[in-house]
Design a protein around this ligand. Structure first.
Ligand code: GLC
Ligand code: MN
Ligand code: MN
Length: 412
């Protein structure tokens, strides 16, 4: 192939995107509760070992491009859009008004707001540091985010505690730090109750997000299960207002089964918001686009969520790779992530309706009918052939995922 000069590269990308097929229209995409974070689209590709590869882009551009793609909801950290020194001041009102206008102009809604309590130097010792003024500042930030959320019409607030933990041991008492962290959440909930009443709006759903490592070496609330225990610990004054925002990859990172983690959250009635992405077990937070690494597991996850009528947001919390250009972020990365999600969601519907999966599942639950009181060996013998269906169901899922049930041949 001949070299592709820079002025022909976008056309090539566009042509190949078209050739991929399988894309949904913006109107179809808007029917799903899919949200696009400000920070995902504006991520410049930088990290500890990496210089940025993309230029900066603001919320007006992100919202406009999400609108064109058909992403119906937008979410943000407070400091993604409002410089830290403007938070809670006049500058904030002016920016919030501009955001409202952008959302209205492009037909999006703000679904969620989240407080950044990890990036700013004030959070070097975490959001629940010993020093009372740091904790008062953290409480101020989460209260202010509640205000922003109500201004923007959000339904959810998310809390990723970030640096709640330590690199070196001994300086903190974990029980004390967790009490202090609860104080910040209590401050947010209490502010919410006040503002919601004044504005005659429902209170926000406050969702905790766990991550097992990064940015600290040791994390005090490393998993969704730890968060559930924290919600039920008695430290929160309004535990009914607090639920979970699990992130798919964050559960995989500690070696958990994301589907099982989601099931535990469902049982607790706390699966309120869900960050969708992909990556690898026991590695760092690579935040790859949904379905690019573990499509089979994703199919399974969505079968579970459909079975339990999950109706919360699917938040595209991933990072377009460093090799994707500014143009590619909206020409390839976001539309393809949305379309993979929708395809997997539709396939999950197909799995739930599939006659083979259904009959096999029902048969497993029916058992063999061997007389009650039979001994273990007799029960095992009576169920032997039935249990083969486990593997058949797994095969059927892969068939549906790969379209194998429709047959496939390769003609060179
Ligand atoms: C950070 C985390 C992300 C989380 C978000 C919400 O960006 O990396 O996982 O969802 O904060 O606070
Ligand atoms: Mn996340
Ligand atoms: Mn992540």
């Amino acid at each position: 192939m001949k070299p592709v000069p820079p002025n022909q590269q976008r056309a090539l990308v566009d042509r190949l995107v078209q050739a991929c097929g399988g894309a949904y229209s913006p109107d179809v995409r808007r029917k799903y509760f899919i949200s696009g974070p400000q920070w995902a689209a504006s991520y410049q590709g930088q990290a500890l070992f990496h210089a940025p590869t993309r230029s900066a882009i603001g919320f007006e551009d992100v919202i406009r491009e999400y609108g064109k793609i058909g992403i119906g909801y937008w979410c943000t950290h407070d400091s993604d859009v409002i410089p830290a020194e403007q938070l809670g001041r006049d500058g904030q009102c002016e920016i919030v008004a501009r955001i409202q206008k952008s959302l209205a102009d492009h037909g999006l809604k703000c679904s969620m707001v989240t407080t950044e309590t990890f990036f700013h130097e004030v959070f070097a010792a975490g959001p629940a540091a010993e020093s009372p003024e740091i904790r008062e500042y953290a409480a101020y930030r989460v209260r202010n985010t509640v205000d922003i959320g109500h201004e923007l019409g959000a339904q959810f607030a998310v809390y990723w505690p970030g640096s709640l933990g330590y690199y070196t041991q001994g300086a903190i008492d974990e029980t004390q730090s967790l009490r202090w962290y609860a104080d910040a959440l209590n401050a947010a909930c209490e502010r919410d109750i006040e503002v919601a009443k004044k504005k005659n709006r429902p209170t926000l759903k406050h969702c905790l997000e766990a991550k097992p490592f990064e940015p600290q070496a040791e994390i005090l609330l490393p998993t969704s299960d730890a968060m559930l225990a924290f919600i039920g610990s008695g430290l929160l004054r309004h535990p009914e207002m607090v639920g979970l925002n699990p992130e798919y990859l964050h559960e995989l990172m500690w070696g958990g089964a994301p589907r099982a983690a989601l099931a535990r959250a469902l049982l607790a009635g706390k699966l309120w918001h869900f960050d969708i992405n992909d990556g690898y077990r026991l590695k760092h937070d690579v935040d790859i686009g949904v379905g690019l690494v573990n499509p089979l597991d994703w199919l399974n996850v969505l079968v579970l969520l459909r079975a339990h009528n999950y109706a919360g947001p699917f938040n595209l919390d991933y990072k377009p790779p460093r090799t994707t250009s500014n143009y590619g972020v909206f020409a390839v990365s976001f539309p393809s992530a949305v379309d993979r999600f929708i395809t997997l969601w539709e396939m999950a519907g197909e799995v739930r309706e599939d006659a083979i999966v259904r009959e096999a599942t029902e048969a497993l639950k029916a058992g063999s009918g061997v007389a009650a009181g039979a001994d273990g060996k007799a029960i095992a013998d009576a169920n032997k052939e039935l249990l083969t269906l486990h593997e058949l169901i797994a095969h059927r899922l892969v068939q549906i995922l790969l379209g194998l049930h429709r047959g496939r041949q390769y003609f060179a």
